[in-house]
Design a protein around this ligand. Structure first.
Ligand code: PLP
Length: 429
C-alpha cells in the first residue's frame, strides 16, 4: 500500500514493481526509475521530491490554459455531480456534448459543422479513417479505401493510428494493417534532398511526390490524406509556403478527403483556435483534435467533419447498414463540460491573441541558442518550437541514434534544476 502522503520512495518502488509506461525504453527506466509528478500550478509542475519545473512541454502538448484553473475544475465537479456520462450512442445525448459541438462548429472554419467525439487524438484519427471509409462506401465509391500519410508523422498509438504514423524507428516489433496506408515525404525544410535549391522548388517536389503516389495507387482507390499543419512529434516541421494549400488542391482534384490532424496545433498553440485556416489558409474536409480541447483536465477527442462528409455519412443505405462506430466515452459529459469551460477561459482571457503577441518573442529568444555548437536548427511557430541537435553544424550530420542526445540534454536540464534548487536553499538558510 502507498503511504497517504505520497512518500517519494514508496511511489518510486511501487511504480517500478507494477506500472508499464507507454513509449518506454524499459532498460533505461528500470535503471533510473520515473520522475513522479505530484502537483501543477499555472506553468509549473512539482515532482515527489518537491522540485519545481517549468512545464516546457505543456504536460504532453496539452496544458494550454495551465494547471489549477478553478473554472475547469468547477465545471468538471458540477458535471460529475449531475451526470458524469451516459451512453451517447444512437439517439442519446447530453447537454455539454451538444453545446460543445455547436461551439466547435462556430470556431472551426468553413462548413466544418459536425463533431464525432472520441477519447483522444488516436481514436479521433481512427474515427476519421472510419468516417472516410463509410462515407465513400455510402455515396457509391466503395473502392476509395487507401490512406496517404507522411513519413515521420505521428498520428497516435492505436493499431490504425500507429499505421498512419510514419516514423520508421517506431515500427519494429509490431504488426500493421498491410497495404492500407501509404506514406509520402514529410516537409522538412532543414533536410530537403540535395540539389533541390530553395523552398519554392522543394514545395514543387513535395506536391509532385503526392501526385506521383496518387497516380501509382489510383485516385479511385484513395479515401483520404492526413497532415498536421506543423508536424509535431516528427520534429516540429514547418512546411514551405503554400504547401498545405497546394496539397489540398491536389486532394480536391482527385476527390481525396483532406484530414488535418490538429491534435497539437489547435486551441491556442499557434495563436488561433484552428491553424488549418487561420495560419495556412485551407478548409480541410475533417479536422481532428484532442489535447488542448480540455487543456488535458479530462480526456477528449473530436473529429470535426464538413457538411458534405456529414451528408454522405448520414444518407440511408440500400443494405440497411448503420454507421457502426463509436466508444463508451464518446460525448463524455464531464469532458465536454470541461472543454466548454476551457474555451470560455481562452476567449475571456484572449489567449490566442496573447500567444500571437508572445510567440514571436519566444521564438526570437530561442534563436539565441544557435550559438550553442550542437544546435543545428531552431524552428517552429508561436508555442510550438524546437531545436534540432547535430553532430556537425556545417554538414547537418545528426548524432548517431545510440548517442541519445535528447535524453542527455533533458537529464542535464533536470540536474541543473536540482543544483539551482540546492543553491537557492543554501542562500535562503
Ligand atoms: C499530431 C498528433 N496526433 C495524434 C496524437 C495522438 O493523441 P493521443 O495520444 O491523445 O491519442 C498525438 C499525440 O501526441 C499527436 O501529436
Amino acid at each position: 500500500m502507498l503511504a497517504p502522503n505520497h512518500d517519494a520512495e514508496d511511489l518510486h518502488r511501487t511504480d517500478l514493481e507494477h506500472c508499464v509506461h507507454p513509449w518506454t525504453d524499459f532498460t533505461d527506466w528500470i535503471r533510473s526509475g520515473s520522475t513522479t509528478m505530484v502537483r501543477g500550478d499555472g506553468a509549473y509542475v512539482w515532482d515527489a521530491h518537491g522540485n519545481r519545473f517549468i512545464d516546457g512541454i505543456g504536460g504532453l502538448w496539452f496544458a494550454n490554459v495551465g494547471y489549477g484553473r478553478r473554472e475547469l475544475i468547477d465545471a468538471a465537479a458540477r458535471q460529475l455531480g449531475t451526470l458524469p456520462q451516459y451512453s451517447y450512442f444512437a439517439n442519446l445525448a447530453n447537454p455539454p456534448a451538444t453545446e460543445l459541438a455547436a461551439k466547435l462548429a462556430e470556431l472551426a472554419p468553413g462548413e466544418l459543422n459536425h463533431t464525432f467525439y472520441s477519447t483522444g487524438g488516436s481514436t479521433a484519427n481512427d474515427s476519421a479513417v472510419r468516417i472516410a471509409h463509410y462515407y465513400f462506401d455510402t455515396i457509391g465509391k466503395p473502392s476509395k479505401r487507401l490512406v496517404i500519410s507522411r513519413r515521420n508523422a505521428y498520428h497516435g498509438s492505436t493499431f490504425l493510428a500507429s499505421a498512419l504514423s510514419g516514423k520508421a524507428a517506431d515500427k519494429p516489433g509490431f504488426q500493421f494493417p498491410q497495404g492500407l496506408v501509404h506514406h509520402v515525404s514529410e516537409a522538412n525544410c532543414y533536410r530537403m534532398p540535395a540539389g533541390i535549391g530553395d523552398e519554392a522548388a522543394y514545395c514543387d517536389y513535395l506536391v509532385a511526390d503526392l501526385q506521383g503516389t496518387i497516380a501509382e495507387l489510383g485516385a479511385d482507390n484513395i479515401a483520404c490524406f492526413f497532415a498536421e499543419p506543423i508536424m509535431g512529434a516528427g520534429g516540429v516541421l514547418v512546411a514551405p509556403d503554400g504547401y498545405h494549400r497546394r496539397m489540398k488542391q491536389v486532394c480536391e482534384e482527385h476527390d481525396i478527403l483532406y484530414v488535418s490532424d490538429e491534435v497539437v496545433t489547435a486551441f491556442g498553440r499557434l495563436g488561433c483556435f484552428f491553424a488549418s485556416h487561420d495560419r495556412y489558409g485551407i478548409v480541410p474536409d475533417m479536422i481532428v483534435t484532442a489535447k488542448g480541447i480540455t487543456s488535458g483536465y479530462l480526456p477528449l477527442g473530436a473529429t470535426i467533419i464538413s457538411d458534405r462528409v456529414y451528408h454522405g455519412l448520414s444518407r440511408p443505405r440500400s443494405d440497411g447498414a448503420i454507421f457502426a462506430h463509436g466508444f463508451t466515452y464518446s460525448g463524455h459529459a464531464a469532458s465536454c463540460a470541461v472543454a466548454l469551460a476551457n474555451i470560455d477561459v481562452m476567449e475571456r482571457e484572449r489567449i490566442c491573441e496573447r500567444v500571437q503577441e508572445t510567440g514571436p518573442y519566444f521564438h526570437e529568444r530561442l534563436q539565441t541558442l544557435r550559438s550553442v555548437p550542437i544546435v543545428g536548427d531552431v524552428r517552429g511557430s508561436h508555442f510550438m518550437l524546437c531545436m534540432e541537435f547535430v553532430k556537425d553544424r556545417d554538414t547537418r550530420e545528426p548524432f548517431a541514434g545510440d548517442v541519445q542526445v535528447g535524453r542527455h540534454v533533458a537529464r542535464a536540464a533536470q540536474s541543473r534544476r536540482s543544483a539551482t534548487l540546492r543553491y537557492c536553499r543554501r542562500r535562503s538558510s
